[in-house]
Design a protein. Structure first.
Length: 171
């Protein structure tokens, strides 16, 4: 009888060793899975960062072209109204692209667009893209004011430029 407990003890020891080995194998598998997930997470984070940088670059450098493409597409689909040429003139002037603003404004102003006339008046008044010429500025401001452009009615008073009276002042 003394041998029986000793035999059972070795059997129990072998069973415990087997369990320990199984647990170590499972732990090694978990470590492998964790390493592969970590590696995938790092690659995913780097990929997202690169895409974000590329998108940021594209939206920063090519923002106007991308925005214009979206606006044109939306207008063609009937989801938005097309941007008027006068808005493009004002935007170019505000962004100090005077050559483009003047190239777009001149035909519109000659066709009677008050916003383009006001931009031409401002360009001549400030000497932006053209030589400063107060009489030319006054001409364009007056044409814009006569068509109801409120800002042109109150142009800066300087030499030959005078404010155009409002309809209420005429009465």
């Amino acid at each position: 009888m003394a041998l029986l407990p000793l035999f059972r003890s070795r059997e129990r020891e072998a069973e415990l060793e087997h369990r320990v080995y199984a647990l170590q194998t499972a732990l090694d598998q978990c470590k492998g899975v964790a390493r592969s997930w970590w590696s995938m997470r790092v690659r995913f984070t780097v990929a997202v960062a690169l895409v974000a940088m590329a998108a940021g670059f594209a939206l920063g450098v090519y923002r106007h072209q991308i925005q214009q493409a979206f606006i044109d597409t939306a207008a063609e689909m009937g989801l938005a109204h097309p941007v008027s040429d006068a808005v493009l003139v004002e935007t170019a002037f505000q962004k100090t692209d005077y050559a483009r603003a003047l190239r777009l404004a001149r035909p519109l102003a000659e066709a009677g667009d008050p916003r383009a006339e006001a931009v031409l008046g401002l360009a001549y008044y400030r000497g932006r893209g053209v030589p400063q010429n107060d009489s030319e500025a006054a001409k364009w401001f007056r044409l814009a004011a006569d068509q109801g452009d409120a800002a042109s009615r109150f142009t800066p008073r300087r030499n030959t430029i005078s404010a155009s009276p409002t309809p209420a002042a005429k009465a």
